[in-house]
Structures are given as structure tokens and as C-alpha cells.
Design a protein around this ligand. Structure first.
Ligand code: BGC
Length: 757
């Protein structure tokens, strides 16, 4: 009979148990042969397999694999069914390579466009990132391989990433940096999860009980095992106690010995170690079982076809004044080395060893398109060559359309380093401006893992953003440019006009020791919307070669009760002549007027659905809403809270293109806690329906105090109202004499009573 996990743990020696909590080598857990416990292999990554080649001595020598769109591009699909398919495809390859757990998805929030690893991450918005992550995880695990969402948590920069301390207030952490992980865990049920390198509010993520136990297991119900990012362990014994199960890649026994010593000295409870070992064994045995039951099913050509399909769905048409799609009869010139050597993935641990990439130029040749090509600038550096420029400008002038393939060279963005600015190489900006000056039908195709400043945006006709689209990049660009595919991606992040306008411009990446998240919850569109800042292209934006109309937006009930659900419906119609996709986005805006510590965010994404429609076809899109969709995180309650009152449900094509707004009334008896003393401002008491009647009554009875405290008619009415609003309760005594002072003394206990009931 197969032993249970408990029996196995019981049968292990202390040394074996400590040993199982760290890797055998760079990619494998340890085996315990005498008990039939196998080793398990883990491999990156989030958009294609990076498994060490069998027999290779270099751990970066990996098998050949298909490279799918990187996180930045996959997120632009706005479609969790696609990240699911991608996850399943990566997992099929992983299984055939003997890999038990795939190290992805990478789901940290894009706090600044400069983070060097943004190309791997999904979004500036936690809701979008969470939904896409859950899709990826479900896809991976549907194939009997484990997923590993990473890097938990608040790992939003590469500068000093192994020691930086992310300082974040409670509300911001809960509202912005944790929810994507929560959705990943609750809806994806990943087998494993990877902690990040950095510290969070002073404590390393690898030894953080708040993250690894209280939040992950106690609150979210995570049932898998946790592993360290590679080399993220600081104090191993503290890590085990905090809930970090597996150290990777292992410390050649040094930390195992520390664990043993800590148990022997009584510093670490052996029961805690047993639990960690049990969690690891559970997954290791599950992976072995799945591998034994399922035949290998990796199909390289089908995977490449999927990579092309995903790249098509992920590209975002940012602008189109008419130059796209290209037509067969036009004289077209392709300019820029990215046409021949596209950049389609990022550098670092997610790098896939692929030979399957096809350039746009090669795709055009295969499709027998007639065009001219001028290289004009290199793809790997900022280098200007005047004669090559002249050649490009002349060719553009002689053509009907100029298509410039631009982007960030590899040296501009990578894991391990943040970008220093948000610009394309100067040579590219310069050439785009010069081509646009002679050719009104100029199209720019961008290859970048994150937003870049586009100073020429108003001078060109069209901009197509491929992000880092994986090996399908060229075939997808070809189909999209020539109208054989209809652009369907949406921006998972705001494209700012200038770096100086970004939310954490003054604080990123911090002083090298701490990173203060001073912008709070105002990340991405939350910031630009609150400040009414112009942006180059807003969150959620993306165009199509067809158009869509929205009608009949309505709720099934206009009032939502605390435990209820309201359903919002809207009909969307493809009003153009081509098949296309609309991403219906739902933003919720709190119009209750209730003061919110830390400020109220103008609107937040709470739903999205991508629908493909034939010309003239329409469909109904539905969103189910509960109180949590209206809520913000209250640091006073340590919980999510929605105030009673009016909310606006905004349905739109993007965060700045709202097509229908539906009001919703929310009813709840729940109120934020309020403590009252003689210094509580009257305004606060008058704004709260529990205290307002009592205060109003006392003010009526003590008009003199109210008049004196409120400016006594010497000021404009608004200023007077504000004076009264600011007057502390003791103002009754300060301005109203003995009788008012007595009234205040009686009022205080009554107010406290009213707040308790
Ligand atoms: C990265 C992880 C990756 C690991 C293994 C680390 O440097 O941060 O994302 O999974 O290496 O390659």
C-alpha cells in the first residue's frame, strides 16, 4: 500500500526532512530513494519552456522551445481563455521534458513603466492581472503540471532587487499589490508559489509570516508549497518558521544544517518543519503521478501556430488615421531593422531558446507581398547613419505608405536592471519624425516590453504595438498590417505622454535601500484619472478595423443589498464591415461622497469581457456585481468596505471612452468606525447619519456658539460653512459660554452611545 504523506514524513530522519526543504541543484528538488520519493524538476517560465537540456552542465543551456507572447503582450489580449491556452501549451511541453512545475505566471504590478521586468508582468491593474493569471494557472494545471505564480510580493523594481525594502501602507498593499495574487490563488489554486527577493515593510518576503502564512494560507486558503526566488533566502530558519517551504536553488547543505540545528536547539518546532515537508511531498508525488498517467503530448508545429494566433490577439492598434490596413496595390516601404530582426522576448530567466521566430519581412516574402525594405537603423543599439537615413526618407517619399519597424533594443530593458528613461533610441525618434515629414501615411510598428514616449505620435498615421509578441511576431504583424487579421488587443497599462507625469516619478526606484510607495493607491490609470492628466493612450485602449456600438445598458435591480448580487447587462453590436473583437470594460466609480482615508480613486476596473462579432452581429454582455466590487480597502476595518449610497457603473471601450453609465444604489448598515472626543470636528459628526441628528439639535439650541464658531456673518457663506465644519466639538464651549459647555458634556456620552448601537 502506498504510504500517506504523514507516514512518509514520519519515516524521514530530521536531516532528510531539512534536506527536502532545499534544491538538489539549480532546477531539482531532492529525492529520498529509500522511501521512493522522487526528485522533481522545475523550470521557467511564463511564456515558454526554459528547461535545462538533458545532460547539459550549464543550467542556462535549455531545450529548444516555442516562445509565446511575453506577459506584457499576453495581457493585452484581455482574454483569460487565451492565457489559459498558453499555459496549457507550455505545460504540455513541460510534461514531455519531465518538468513538474512551471515557474510562472509573473504577476507583479507595473508600478512604474521603468521597471526592467515589466515585459514579463501583466498589468498596472490588479483585477486584470489576477484574471489573466488565474487563466494561465488553470491552463498549466489542466495538463497535470504545477504552476508557480511569482514574485510574492511587491517586487516592482529591479534596482537592488535582492535587498530593496518596499514600504507600502496597508490600504495600498491590499488594494493594489496583493489582489492579483489573491485571485491567482483562489481561482487558480496553484500547486506552488514563489516569494520575491525584496523586503516588504522591513521583512524579507522569504521570511515574512504576514505574507507566507497569514495572508496566503490563513486568509486565501493556499494549499500548495511555497518556494524562494533563486537566492532569495536571507535567514533560512526564520523562513521555515514564516512558511517558506522550499529554498531554491539550495545552499549545498549549509542551510539544511541550520534547520537541523534549530530543531535540535528548540529554536524551531519540528512540527513546523514537518508541515513544510508534507506540503512539498504532496506536490512532488502529485507531479510524479500525473507524469506517469499522461503520455507526452507536445506538438511543436501546433504550438508555433498557437504562438502566432496569440500574437495576433495581443497586438494593440494604438492609432489609425487611415493608413492601415495596407492594400495590395499600394507602394509600401518597410523601414528599420526590427522588420528583419524583431525583438520578441526579454532578457533574463524567461528567455526561451527558440529558433521559430519569423520576421515581418520574411512573412511578407512568404505572402508574396510587394514591398521595398530599407534597414536605416540597427535593432540592437542607438546608431545613426545619415546616408541610411536619407535612403529611408527618399524611399518613404516615393511610396504610398512607409512602415517603420521600431522598438527597444535588448540592452534597453531586461530582468536585473530598470530602465533609466522611457525613450526609444534617439536615432529611431529622429528617423520617424523625418519620414513622417515627407509621408503622411507613416505607420510605426513598436516592439517593446513597456511604454515608450512617442513624441511623433501626432505626426504619423498609425501605430501598431506588438509589445514582445513571441516567435509569432512577424507572421502576426504581417496579417494585422495587411488586414488579414483584425487588431483585438487592449492596453493593460497607461501609455503616459512623458516619464515626468508617471505616478512614482519622484520615488522610483528609491534610494537603493528603501522604495517608498508614496503614490499610494494611485497607480496607473488611478493616478492619471485622479489628476486629470492627459495620457498618450489610456488604459484599456485599442482600436479595430471595425466599430462597435453599445446600447440598452441596464441593471436587473437598481439597489444592491449587502449580501446581494446585481446583474448589469449591455448589448454590443459590430457596426462595421469586418469581423472584430470588442473588449467591454466595466469601471466602478464611488459617488457616495463618503470621506475615504487615503483618497478616493475616480474609477476602478471591475469587469471585462472580450467578444468576437461578425459584421452586424450583436450580443449581450453581462456582469454580476457584489458589494466587494464597490469596495475599497479600509485600513481602519482591516477589511474591504463599501459605504452606502450611489455608485456609477461605467461601461466602456477604454478607461477614457465610456459608452454608458448606470447608477446603482448600495444599501448597508455597516459604517466605518468613528471615535469621538472634544476635538472631533463638527463636520465629521454632521456627515455621519448616526451622530448628525444629535449634533444638529445641540447647534440649534446653541446658535450663538455656532454663529461665533462659524464666522459670524463676516465671511462668504461657503467659508463660513467650512469654518463650522472644521470647528471641534469643544468649540461649543470656546464660543458659546457656560450653557454650551454643559451641552457638550451631555452630548459626548450620547454621541458615543449612538455610535455603539
Ligand atoms: C527570477 C525568477 C526565476 C528564477 C529561476 C530568478 O532570478 O527572479 O523569476 O523563476 O530566477 O530562473
Amino acid at each position: 500500500m502506498t504510504p500517506t504523506i504523514e507516514e512518509l514524513v514520519h519515516a524521514l530522519t530530521l536531516e532528510e526532512k531539512a534536506g527536502l526543504c532545499s534544491g538538489q541543484d539549480f532546477w531539482r528538488t531532492k529525492a529520498v530513494q529509500r522511501l521512493g520519493i522522487p526528485a522533481m524538476m522545475v523550470s521557467d517560465g511564463p511564456h515558454g519552456l526554459r528547461a535545462q537540456r538533458p545532460g547539459a552542465t550549464d543550467h542556462n543551456d535549455s531545450v529548444e522551445a516555442v516562445c509565446y507572447p511575453a506577459g506584457c503582450a499576453a495581457a493585452a489580449s484581455f482574454d483569460p481563455t487565451l492565457t489559459r491556452r498558453m499555459g496549457a501549451a507550455v505545460a504540455r511541453h513541460a510534461r514531455s521534458a519531465g518538468v513538474g512545475v512551471v515557474l510562472g505566471p509573473a504577476i507583479n504590478i507595473k508600478r512604474s513603466p521603468l521597471c526592467g521586468r515589466n515585459f514579463e508582468y501583466y498589468s498596472e491593474d490588479p483585477f486584470l492581472a489576477g484574471e489573466l493569471a488565474a487563466g494561465f494557472i488553470q491552463g498549466v494545471q489542466s495538463e497535470g503540471v504545477g504552476a508557480c505564480p511569482k514574485h510574492f510580493a511587491a517586487n516592482n523594481q529591479e534596482t537592488r532587487r535582492m535587498t530593496a525594502d518596499s514600504r507600502i501602507d496597508e490600504r495600498t498593499l491590499q488594494e493594489i499589490y496583493l489582489p492579483a495574487f489573491e485571485t491567482a490563488v483562489r481561482d487558480g489554486e496553484p500547486w506552488t508559489l514563489m516569494c520575491s527577493y525584496n523586503r516588504l515593510n522591513g521583512v524579507y518576503a522569504s521570511e515574512n509570516p504576514f505574507l507566507l502564512t497569514e495572508t496566503l494560507r490563513d486568509r486565501w486558503g493556499f494549499g500548495g508549497f511555497t518556494m524562494s526566488d533563486w537566492g532569495a533566502v536571507n535567514d533560512r530558519v526564520a523562513g521555515v518558521a514564516a512558511g517558506l517551504d522550499l529554498e531554491m536553488p539550495g545552499s549545498e547543505g549549509v542551510n539544511d544544517a541550520r534547520i537541523v540545528a534549530a530543531v535540535r536547539s528548540g529554536q524551531l518546532d519540528e512540527a513546523v518543519l514537518d508541515k513544510a515537508v508534507g506540503r512539498i511531498l504532496n506536490i512532488v508525488l502529485r507531479a510524479a503521478d500525473e507524469a506517469a498517467r499522461r503520455p507526452a503530448a507536445y506538438d511543436a508545429p501546433a504550438s508555433h501556430a498557437l504562438a502566432v494566433e496569440l500574437a495576433k490577439e495581443s497586438a494593440v492598434l494604438l492609432q489609425n488615421l487611415g493608413a492601415l490596413p495596407l492594400r495590395d496595390w499600394q507602394k509600401v516601404t518597410y523601414i528599420g531593422a526590427f522588420a528583419a530582426q524583431p525583438r520578441f522576448q526579454g532578457g533574463g530567466s524567461s528567455h526561451v531558446n527558440t529558433h521559430g521566430a519569423v520576421s515581418a519581412l520574411e512573412a511578407a516574402r512568404r505572402s508574396r507581398r510587394k514591398l521595398r525594405y530599407v534597414e536605416a537603423f540597427p535593432a540592437d543599439r542607438d546608431q545613426r547613419d545619415e546616408s541610411a537615413f536619407l535612403q529611408a526618407v527618399t524611399a518613404a517619399e516615393e511610396s504610398d505608405v512607409a512602415v517603420i519597424f521600431a522598438g527597444l533594443p535588448e540592452m534597453f530593458e531586461s530582468e536585473g536592471a530598470d530602465r533609466r528613461h522611457m525613450r526609444l533610441p534617439d536615432c529611431q525618434n529622429n528617423l520617424i519624425a523625418r519620414v513622417a515629414a515627407v509621408q503622411k501615411n507613416t505607420v510605426v510598428v513598436l516592439h517593446a516590453g513597456a511604454p515608450v514616449e512617442c513624441p511623433w505620435a501626432e505626426d504619423v498615421s498609425a501605430v501598431l504595438c506588438m509589445y514582445l509578441a513571441g516567435e509569432g511576431v512577424g507572421e502576426a504583424a504581417d496579417a494585422l498590417l495587411w488586414g488579414e487579421a483584425n487588431p483585438a488587443g487592449r492596453l493593460p497599462e497607461t501609455w503616459p505622454v512623458r516619464l515626468e507625469q508617471t505616478p512614482c516619478y519622484l520615488d522610483f526606484p528609491g534610494d537603493g535601500v528603501t522604495a517608498d510607495y508614496r503614490e499610494g493607491v494611485y497607480v496607473g490609470y488611478r493616478w492619471y484619472d485622479a489628476r486629470h492628466l492627459p495620457v498618450r493612450w489610456p488604459f484599456g485602449h485599442g482600436m479595430s478595423y471595425t466599430g462597435f456600438v453599445y446600447r440598452d445598458a441596464a441593471l436587473d435591480q437598481t439597489t444592491l443589498e449587502e449580501d446581494g448580487t446585481a446583474t448589469l447587462r449591455v448589448t454590443v453590436k459590430n457596426s462595421g464591415a469586418l469581423r472584430g473583437a470588442e473588449v467591454v470594460q466595466l469601471y466602478v466609480s464611488d459617488a457616495t461622497g463618503t470621506p475615504t482615508p487615503g483618497g478616493r480613486v475616480p474609477q476602478v476596473l471591475r469587469g471585462f469581457q472580450k467578444v468576437w462579432l461578425e459584421p452586424g452581429q450583436e450580443c449581450e454582455v453581462r456582469f454580476a456585481l457584489t458589494a466587494r466590487d464597490l469596495a475599497h480597502y479600509s485600513a481602519e476595518l482591516h477589511d474591504w468596505y463599501a459605504a452606502p449610497g450611489r455608485y456609477e457603473l461605467r461601461l466602456g471601450h477604454s478607461s477614457r471612452d465610456i459608452r454608458a453609465t448606470v447608477p446603482l444604489e448600495y444599501r448597508t448598515a455597516r459604517r466605518l468606525p468613528l471615535t469621538v472626543d472634544e476635538n472631533t470636528p463638527l463636520g465629521i459628526l454632521l456627515a455621519d447619519d448616526r451622530t448628525a441628528p444629535l449634533v444638529r439639535q445641540v447647534l440649534e439650541q446653541n446658535r450663538q456658539a455656532a454663529d461665533n464658531g462659524g464666522g459670524d456673518g463676516l465671511m462668504p457663506p461657503d467659508a463660513m460653512a467650512q469654518m463650522l465644519d472644521a470647528m471641534p466639538l469643544r468649540g461649543l464651549a470656546n464660543f458659546g459660554g457656560a450653557q454650551a459647555a454643559q451641552a457638550m458634556d451631555t452630548l459626548l456620552p450620547l454621541l458615543r452611545q449612538a455610535l455603539q448601537s
